[in-house]
Design a protein around this ligand. Sequence first.
Ligand SMILES: [Zn+2]
Length: 88
Amino acid sequence: MGGVASSIRYIGEANKLMDITVGVRVERNKSKVGVSTVPSCPYDHKDMRFIAGSGYKKRKKNERTYRCPARHRIILLSSANGEWRGWM
Ligand SMILES: [Zn+2]
């Protein structure tokens, strides 16, 4: 079972990406308490993994960078209440 799934809208500035949503599912963490978010790459639909300590600009608390095996990179932005606001 994949857990809760949702899709996230693009909120960046590239017009060609406007219609692309990123599918996200939530998986229970096997090794520790909690859940992890697993986005599906908008370019090739592979599972993406969280990368700690990277980003296009200075890291903000509400930005999380993810990368797929083909090295595509996206940033997921969340709002103050923890809901996903969009990707870019
Ligand atoms: Zn990819």
